[in-house]
Design a protein around this ligand. Structure first.
Ligand code: PLP
Length: 402
């Protein structure tokens, strides 16, 4: 049995890819190399421009064996030639944007995305002379219509944070190829198990490793997986020059977390489905968005594209006042589910996001794009990251407040 470009099955790949017993000690668990520099036996140049692919380790900002172990594990699970790990998911997004875009270029970015990415695209990139159009990626025709002669990058996110809307990656990748643009996709919500981005034509797959990859809410990190030639460019630019590298300790923690990723994703999916189905029966819940539910507006696409519908459930409770009041009750009364940002952890997390506030700070949508957002989120949305606890306990916790 093989998984993507790994010669082994998915569980074996998640455990063993990138790892081998320590040759010095025979330790079965991978060593943690907390070293910023490496003794060298060769006289070489002092600039990163002198670095060779697969050369010896010299300095941790250029490469570290523990971080490399994680990069190989992620590349094996994504079925890509290479991967770059950096300090956070935002560092990974910055690495993509600032490596492949220059003054005079144009980028098309999903009009809904993780808020930090939305702000980076709308506020920071134009300061460097990069034009950005934000488009509803659930409509491939809208993406095609936004293409310009200088479009260099198309950035998708699916399922999208916080509303769980989907992008048809095969359709968008055809548009990107025709336009000679790079297609990047933030697959944090899906994890590498949720969809085969490589087979669907994505060039650069972004993960906030803080979420499902690490999976235990302790380490912050980011990753971009893709073809060697693209990842090498990013390593030279983002790691070596911008400098936002991943700490070896975080790489070690995230790698350990990833050993159980396939098992965890199955459990997240099962738990989320049970909670989402229960939420649909509650009279106080106005709408539930979960790609695994037949009621999801793009359920057919979810069935065609997704191999695991993940643990992210979004739901609405009435209008803005009712949602905000419910969030306050949750802060006071939930016990098992933590009222906190972030997602993809073994602990369940919930957070309310008011639509007006998100529009002011991050998305700034108007007209049809705002109408579409409201169709998913109304005045505000609860984003529930279903963890690995027993679904009955999560339901009992929610039943106390809903
Ligand atoms: N992308 C998505 C979809 C996210 O949810 C997040 C964080 O929540 C990020 C990127 C940013 O990741 P990080 O917090 O690791 O910088």
């Amino acid at each position: 049995m093989t998984f993507r470009n790994s010669p082994k099955g998915v569980m074996t790949t998640a455990i063993h890819a990138g790892e081998s017993p320590d040759p010095a000690t025979g330790a079965s668990a991978p060593p943690l190399h907390m070293s910023s520099t490496f003794v060298t036996d060769q006289v070489s140049g002092f600039s990163a421009h002198d670095l060779e692919d697969n050369g010896a380790f010299l300095y941790a900002r250029w490469g570290n064996p523990t971080v490399q172990m994680l990069e190989q594990k992620i590349a094996a699970l994504e079925g890509t030639q290479d991967c770059l790990c950096v300090a956070s998911g935002m560092a990974a997004a910055s690495a993509i944007f600032l490596t492949f875009l220059s003054a005079g270029d144009h980028a098309i970015v999903s009009d809904v995305s993780y808020a930090g990415v939305a702000e980076l695209a709308r506020d920071t990139l134009p300061r460097f002379g990069i034009a950005v159009d934000t488009v509803n990626f659930s409509d491939p025709a809208a993406v095609a219509a936004a293409i310009r002669p200088n479009t260099r990058l198309i950035h998708a996110e699916t399922p999208v944070n916080p509303i769980g809307r989907l992008t048809d990656l095969a359709a968008i990748s055809k548009i990107a190829r025709d336009a000679n643009a790079i297609l990047s996709c933030d697959a944090t919500f899906a994890s590498p198990l949720g969809q085969n981005c490589t087979a669907l034509g994505v060039d650069l797959i972004l993960h906030s490793a803080t979420k499902y990859l690490g999976g235990h809410g302790d380490a912050v990190g980011g990753a971009v997986a893709g073809r060697k030639e693209l990842i090498s460019q990013m390593r030279g630019e983002a790691s070596i020059h911008h400098g936002g590298i991943m700490s070896p300790f975080n790489a070690w923690l995230i790698s350990r977390g990833m050993s159980t990723l396939p098992l965890r994703m199955k459990a997240h999916e099962t738990g989320a489905m049970a909670v989402a189905q229960w939420l649909e029966t509650q009279s106080s819940v106005t709408q539930v968005i979960y790609p695994g539910l037949p009621s999801h507006p793009q359920h057919a696409l979810a069935q065609a594209q997704m191999t695991n519908t993940s643990g992210m459930v979004s739901f609405q409770v009435g209008n803005a006042q009712q949602g905000e009041a419910m969030a306050q009750v949750m802060i006071e009364r939930l016990e098992t589910i933590h009222y906190a940002v972030s997602l993809g952890h073994h602990r369940s997390l919930i957070f309310w996001m008011g639509t007006d506030a998100l529009m002011d700070t991050s998305f700034r949508l108007t007209g049809a794009q705002l109408d579409d957002y409201r169709a998913y989120a109304g005045d505000g949305i609860f984003r529930l990251s279903v963890g690995l606890e027993d679904a009955d306990d999560l339901i009992a916790d929610l039943a106390k407040v809903l």
